[in-house]
Design a protein around this ligand. Structure first.
Ligand code: ZN
Length: 239
């Protein structure tokens, strides 16, 4: 597991979670250049539940949830096949969390480490949209070579409350070529996408055989397990 906080400003910070699913274990900053501002995520910031863990909690232990009860727009930069899986996965995560994530269009954006710098809001949502991009690892500083995916979330203090306001998911096109298209147990593209979306809404890695385990293998379950679902409910948005 490679989880690092990036501090970008007084009231905002970004969490990058990448994982070498199926690849060698890495140390926190191994193989990454230009990321010397990154710091290891202190364990004490990880909330824990039954079968799930949280990437961010408040001082009182509550999950840091997404900001919006309206539509959070999602833009996609991916092949047609991957886009179909993304749309289905986004819909499932929206259903399970109450967060109205909706794929509203495509984009040519490939998010970089300064993301979401320069990305303009879409529609009525006041923050940059979520961007999900399938790309080669050498096209973005967020993905390490060999990683299957990465997720970045950004929070802000909204009305004095810490809330997630935007995020991005990167999918490694080269690695996903070796996965089964669609959904299913084990090494399926759908499992990778659902896992990254789990990070997007605030879940961290767990040690058990959940989809939010840091590694994917032939024994990986078919989509979210009961523990994952409990986590998605824990971060759910009550509108
Ligand atoms: Zn992960």
């Amino acid at each position: 597991m490679t989880t690092r906080w990036i501090f970008l400003g007084l009231l905002s910070l970004v969490l990058v979670t990448t994982h070498p699913w199926g690849g060698p274990v890495r140390t926190a900053l191994d193989g990454v250049s230009g990321l010397d501002q990154l710091q290891a995520l202190p364990d004490l910031l990880l909330g824990r539940g039954d079968g799930y863990a949280l990437t961010r909690t408040t001082e009182s232990g509550e999950p840091v949830r997404w900001h919006h009860c309206g539509t959070v727009p999602v833009l996609v930069n991916a092949s047609d096949g991957t886009t179909a899986d993304i749309v289905a996965a986004v819909s499932e995560v929206a259903d399970r969390t109450g967060l109205d994530l909706q794929v509203v269009g495509d984009t040519e954006l490939v998010p970089q480490l300064d993301w979401p710098a320069g990305v303009e809001p879409v529609g009525s949502y006041p923050y940059p949209p979520v961007v999900i991009a399938e790309t080669a690892a050498d096209e973005t500083g967020i993905l390490h070579e060999g990683d299957n995916g990465a997720a970045v979330t950004k929070e802000a203090a909204v009305g004095g409350t810490r809330q997630l306001v935007t995020g991005t998911v990167l999918l490694n096109a080269d690695e996903l070529d070796g996965f089964d298209a669609g959904f299913g147990p084990g090494l399926s593209r759908g499992n990778v996408i659902l896992h990254e979306l789990g990070h997007l809404v605030g879940l961290a890695h767990v040690a058990g055989n959940e989809l939010m385990h840091a590694y994917i293998s032939p024994r990986t379950p078919d989509g979210f397990t009961d523990g994952d679902v409990a986590g998605l409910e824990a971060v759910s948005v009550d509108c």
